[in-house]
Design a binder for this molecule. Structure first.
Ligand SMILES: *Cc1c(COP(=O)(O)O)cnc(C)c1O
Length: 378
């Protein structure tokens, strides 16, 4: 059997080990140090929007701290895009708050501004103003931020932007992760760049960043002994992981180009097959890093379902995966309220993510092409 072709695997740039060696030489083997500061500065420069970044142990931790800084507490309601990875929604439950899920729209697969307005007005009418809105840029595709921010501003609700999949994406030329009151980045092993595991909180002022760092380092008050007046967390990024991050930042733009080339590869490949649509930007306002290439298959036109394609690829040791299963359909969130139509549900039924790594070889691309051609010629 040929080697497995993964959906998305880590892709080192070359200088990561050098940053790790520097950390060892200086004995900065701790959740603080020059790599942590350097990685934060690299991210601030890259995002280019006068932001302050706090490097953390995970994107999930960043989402949790964003909710805390937005004042989300027990019994509060938080609006969240239904079409996403569970890590967008879980931190709402960590706070004892209640998620309210909102459907996607068809252009970007992200939060539908109309359904968002409906969810808010319905809650406001009942005297329960939602405490925050979590919007996601799925697979790197920017959400319709102008419209979402307009609704959020109208009701004065802070937006938390889950840009875990969208480092390197822009909307109208501005970096994803810099639109909301807070932005969230992830450097998990499968993301566009990785620190093996890690994340970051993007803030717009030093006060918000300092608070995130304080909370992420066990909330120690300024005293010679251990003194605490807040509940703290152990969420800071390790200086070793940050060293990997600094190496990865040197190749981030190349990684974005390579991922975008993967989607272009699938656009070419599927041009011959009716009933298959590759997920691409609706207009030039939306610049996606195309973290994962994704397609939707109309079974009537294509003659196969997305599950047929997934199983055929699996047979050839090629990984693919259905799109995110909407949160309002997840057993763990059964009974939560939901606003919108069936856009997310249909995407889940018809959608598939395909191998998208920036490190796939020409031989692997040829294997993918042959496999897909074979499925459709049956
Ligand atoms: C990966 C991901 C997260 C979580 O990030 P971690 O660093 O794995 O904790 C959150 N939201 C989305 C949309 C993600 O894809």
């Amino acid at each position: 059997m040929s080697d497995k072709i993964w959906l998305s695997s880590p892709h080192m740039g070359g200088r990561e080990l050098q940053f790790i060696h520097e950390a060892f030489d200086a004995n900065w083997v701790a959740p603080l140090g020059p790599n942590v500061n350097g990685f934060e500065e690299d991210l601030e420069k890259f995002l280019n929007a006068d932001v302050k970044v706090a490097a953390l142990s995970a994107g999930t931790a960043a989402l949790h701290l964003a909710l805390i800084e937005c004042g989300v507490g027990h019994g509060d309601e938080v609006i969240c895009q239904t079409m996403t990875f569970s890590a967008s929604a879980n931190p709402i439950a960590y706070q004892g708050a209640i998620p309210v899920f909102v459907d996607s729209e068809e252009d970007t697969w992200n939060m539908c501004p109309k359904a968002l307005r409906e969810a808010i007005t319905d809650h406001v009418a009942k005297g329960r103003v939602p405490k925050a809105i979590i919007v996601v840029h799925l697979y790197g595709m920017p959400a319709k931020m102008d419209e979402i921010l307009a609704v959020a501003h109208e009701f004065d609700i802070p937006v938390i932007e889950d840009a875990a999949e969208a480092l390197g994406s822009t909307y109208k030329g501005k970096a994803c992760g810099t639109f909301g009151k807070f932005g969230v980045l992830s450097f998990n092993g499968n993301k566009i760049i990785t620190t093996s595991g890690g994340g970051a909180l993007v803030c717009h002022n030093k006060v918000d960043k300092d608070k995130a760092v304080f909370l992420s380092t066990q909330a120690r008050d300024d005293a010679p002994h251990y003194q605490h007046s807040h509940i703290g967390y152990n969420y800071r990024m390790s200086n070793i992981c940050a060293g990997i991050g600094r190496g990865q930042m040197e190749v981030l733009t190349q990684r974005v180009d390579a991922r975008r080339a993967m989607t272009a590869f699938y656009v070419d490949l599927f041009a011959n097959y009716p009933g298959v649509k590759v997920f691409v930007a609706p207009t030039s306002d939306f610049y996606s890093n195309h973290w994962l290439a994704a397609i939707t298959i109309e079974p009537d036109e294509a003659g196969i379902t997305r599950e047929d394609l997934r199983l055929a690829l699996l047979e050839l040791n090629i990984e693919s995966r259905p799109l995110w299963k909407p949160m309002h359909l997840q057993p763990v969130f059964e009974g939560t309220s939901y606003y919108g139509a069936k856009v997310a549900e249909e995407l889940f039924d018809k959608g598939l993510c395909l191998p998208s790594g920036s490190n796939l070889t020409d031989i692997e691309l040829e294997r993918i092409k042959l496999a897909i051609d074979q499925v459709f010629s049956k």
